[in-house]
Design a protein around this ligand. Structure first.
Ligand SMILES: [Zn+2]
Length: 342
C-alpha cells in the first residue's frame, strides 16, 4: 500500500490532468485542421475517391462510344465522298465525249452541206442526224451538253457537302478522343492518389507504432496493463469490490486498434486518422501513437457491462478513490482513467 501511494503521488505531481480546451482554441484547431485538409491531396476519404471513380468511368465509356460512333460516321462520309468523286469523273468523261461528238457532227454537217466528203457508213445515229436539219442536231447536242453540265455542277456541290460532313465527323472523332484522354488521365490521377494515400497511411502507422517502446504488459483482473500499473490496479479492483463496485473494461490497446477506433470516431481520411485533434472526434479519441492505452497506462471502465457515465456509482467511487491508485479522469470521458489524466 505504501509503494502504491508513493508511486501515486509521484504520478500526480508529474502530470496534472488536462484542462478542457476553450471554445476559441477549438475553433482555431478546427481552422488549422481545415487548412491542412484543403492543402493535402492524400486526405480525401476512401469514400470520396470511390465516389469520384464512378462518373469518371461512366464518362470514359460514353466517350469511347462517341469515338466509335463518330469514327463510323467519318468512314461512311469517306465512302460516299469516294463514290461522288467517281461520279464526277464519269460525268466529266461523259461531257468530254459529248463535246467531241458535237464537234464531229458540226464538222460533218458542214461537210455534208457542202457535199465534199462521204458520211461514215456504219454509224446509225450519224445517219439519223445526217438526215435531220443541221440546226436540230446542233440544238439536241447543246441541250444534252447543258444537262451534263448541270449534272456535273450538282455532283460538285454534293462532293463539297460530303467533304464538309467528313471534316465535321473527323473533328468530332478528335474532340471525343481528347475528352476520353482527359477522363483517362483523371482516372489515373485518382488511382495515383489512392496509392499515395495507402502508402502514407502505412508510413504514418509505422511512425505511430515506433513512437513508443513496446510496453511490458500483465493481465490484472481481466485488464491488460503496464507492469508498473499492475499493483495499484489490483489494489483498486479489490478495494472497489469491497465497496460493492465490480468494474469491467479495457486497458492496453495496440496502435492498429487505436487506428480502427479513429476510423469510426474521426473519419477515414489520412488527416482524420492521424492528425485531427482528439477533441474533434466523436467520441474524443487520442491520435495513434499518443494514447495512454497504447502504453497500458489507461483504463476504460465499465460497470454491469455499460460504459461509465457521470451518474454511475463506479464513477463516483473512482472520483473519491482513483487518485489513491494513480488513476486520473479525462474530464471529457467519464469512463477513461489514466496515470496522466489524458
Ligand atoms: Zn480510454
Amino acid at each position: 500500500m505504501v509503494a502504491c501511494c508513493l508511486w501515486t503521488a509521484a504520478s500526480a505531481l508529474a502530470a496534472p490532468p488536462l484542462a478542457t480546451p476553450t471554445d476559441s482554441q477549438l475553433v482555431q484547431a478546427e481552422q488549422e485542421a481545415q487548412a491542412v485538409l484543403m492543402g493535402t491531396p492524400w486526405l480525401a476519404t476512401e469514400a470520396e475517391l470511390e465516389d469520384g471513380w464512378e462518373p469518371l468511368r461512366a464518362n470514359l465509356a460514353l466517350q469511347e462510344d462517341g469515338v466509335t460512333r463518330a469514327q463510323i460516321e467519318a468512314d461512311e462520309a469517306e465512302v460516299l465522298l469516294r463514290r461522288v468523286r467517281g461520279d464526277v469523273i464519269a460525268v466529266e468523261e461523259d461531257r468530254r465525249a459529248q463535246q467531241a461528238m458535237l464537234q464531229a457532227f458540226v464538222i460533218e454537217a458542214f461537210v455534208l452541206a457542202n457535199g465534199d466528203i462521204d458520211p461514215t457508213p456504219d454509224a446509225a445515229s450519224v445517219a439519223s442526224r445526217r438526215d435531220a436539219p443541221i440546226e436540230t442536231v446542233t440544238e439536241d447536242l447543246l441541250r444534252s451538253l447543258t444537262a451534263s453540265q448541270i449534272q456535273l455542277e450538282a455532283l460538285v456541290r454534293e462532293r463539297a457537302e460530303r467533304e464538309q460532313n467528313w471534316a465535321v465527323a473527323e473533328a468530332t472523332v478528335s474532340a471525343r478522343r481528347s475528352s476520353r484522354d482527359r477522363a483517362e488521365a483523371m482516372v489515373d490521377d485518382y488511382r495515383t492518389r489512392l496509392g499515395i494515400r495507402d502508402e502514407e497511411i502505412q508510413a504514418r502507422t509505422d511512425e505511430a507504432i515506433g513512437r513508443n517502446e513496446e510496453p511490458r504488459l500483465v493481465s490484472v483482473g481481466g485488464f491488460l496493463v503496464h507492469v508498473d500499473l499492475a499493483e495499484p490496479m489490483a489494489a483498486l479492483l479489490a478495494a472497489a469490490s469491497e465497496d460493492g463496485i465490480e468494474f469491467g473494461g479495457w486497458g492496453h490497446r495496440r496502435v492498429d486498434q487505436q487506428i480502427v477506433l479513429r476510423r469510426s470516431h474521426c473519419g477515414d481520411s489520412g488527416y482524420a486518422l492521424f492528425d485531427m485533434p482528439a477533441g474533434q472526434c466523436f467520441p474524443p479519441t487520442a491520435r495513434p501513437g499518443y494514447s495512454q492505452h497504447e502504453l497500458g497506462l489507461a483504463i476504460d471502465f465499465t460497470e454491469k457491462g455499460s460504459t461509465l457515465t457521470r451518474s454511475s456509482p463506479g464513477f463516483g467511487w473512482l472520483q473519491m478513490h482513483g487518485a489513491e491508485y494513480g488513476l486520473f479522469n479525462l474530464p471529457s470521458e467519464p469512463w477513461h482513467w489514466s496515470t496522466t489524466g489524458r
